[in-house]
Design a protein around this ligand. Structure first.
Ligand code: ADP
Length: 347
């Protein structure tokens, strides 16, 4: 390829990059200054190119560190986090450029915006606060009831039974928190499935039973409706149970907030596909949120259930698991009427 074309292609490539890129020659004159660099430093590339770095850019950590690269004795790339005006944080990679014979050609820098990383960090902070709260509430309750029992009422079988029921419910809550933690450790990974020939019925029943007491306290009935012709199916039963637990947990939570209602789990089989629908008569999900709720850490923060959400991980994990089975998970909802989450699994 003629060198001129190569040069034009690499110019176009650098200019089109989504990260700011800069290059200076050994006297500090800007030779590369792409569009994103122009945006960051508020200078048009045409104005910046051909002028010394220190004339074009404000003096600061970046300008100092970059110009020092020209004089670096060793041509070793360095990476440094630099805060720019407006609290914008960039990971900056800089490297001196030398010819094979060691002649100094100048230096290059590529900057990566850390805004996305900071957003994840904020999500994690929130996540930790939430997990701590969700562990300490049931733990305090369990401790309180056990201590009270030890102090004497265990001689009354009625009270003992009632207390043990509460301890059982709170322990179930803790189990769910731990399941969420396990999930979050695996978030973003394609789940490794351990598939076996299974039946859906016991998984659905177990998930419904796990929530019946909690739901009843909130005035919510949990119904199960299983078609008589459900086939054996090749799935990872633990993972599919997780999907069910996540969906039923949400359905109960976002219905219970209305004081009463119904959650129904239905499973049918048609044309080589099993369909499992978890529907509720809860608060519903606004149209604009229906795809976002499958993203990690996303929770609906408006309407009647604002602030009710947990970690915002359940649905993203549920979708990953169903996808890994070659299936799909989707939602239909009418705000104020309820929601139906349905997953489809090939048999
Ligand atoms: P979490 O429940 O821990 O917040 P999820 O990923 O399971 O995380 O759900 C994300 C968000 O989707 C919830 O916070 C809630 O705003 C919304 N959502 C999920 N299921 C329902 C439902 N059945 N009814 C109403 N809103 C729901």
């Amino acid at each position: 390829m003629p060198p001129r074309i190569e040069g034009q292609l690499s110019d176009a490539l650098i200019d089109g990059l989504l990260d700011p890129c800069l290059g200076i020659d050994r006297s500090g004159v800007l030779r590369i200054f792409n569009r994103e660099a122009g945006r960051l430093f508020d200078r048009r590339p045409a104005e910046a190119l051909g002028r010394p770095l220190w004339d074009v850019l404000p003096s600061g950590d970046f300008t100092r560190a970059f110009s020092a690269q020209i004089k670096a004795s060793e041509p070793v790339p360095v990476e440094q986090v630099i805060v720019f005006p407006g609290d914008r944080v960039f990971a900056v990679q800089m490297a001196p450029v030398r010819t094979e014979r060691g002649r100094n050609l100048g230096a290059i820098a590529v900057l990566r915006d850390m805004a996305g990383v900071r957003q994840i960090e904020r999500g994690l902070d929130h996540f930790l606060v939430d997990v701590t709260r969700r562990v300490s509430v049931p733990l305090t309750a369990i401790k309180g009831f056990v201590e009270t029992l030890l102090e004497g009422p265990y001689q009354d079988p009625e009270i003992t039974r009632r207390f043990l029921q509460i301890i059982n419910e709170e322990t179930n809550r803790l189990v769910r928190v731990v399941m969420t933690l396990e999930e979050s450790a695996r978030v973003g990974e394609v789940p490794v499935l351990s598939k076996q020939r299974s039946r859906l019925e016991p998984l659905v029943e177990a998930s419904a039973n796990m929530f019946r007491d909690v739901a009843a306290q909130k005035g919510v009935d949990v119904e199960v409706d299983l078609a008589p012709d459900l086939p054996w199916i090749q799935i990872d039963p633990d993972r599919i149970r997780r999907v069910l637990v996540n969906l039923v947990d949400n359905a109960v939570k976002f219905t219970g907030v209305r004081g009463r209602g119904r959650v129904a789990i239905r499973a049918t089989s048609r044309g080589g596909v099993v369909h499992v629908a978890v529907s509720d008569t809860g608060v519903g999900i606004p149209e604009s949120e229906r795809e976002l709720i499958f993203e990690r850490f996303h929770r609906v923060n408006e309407g009647p259930a604002a602030g009710l959400g947990g970690t915002g991980l359940g649905l993203s994990v549920a979708r990953e698991i169903v996808d890994a089975h070659g299936g799909s998970l989707e939602v239909e909802s009418e705000p104020g009427e309820g929601s139906t989450f349905t997953f489809h699994l090939p048999t």
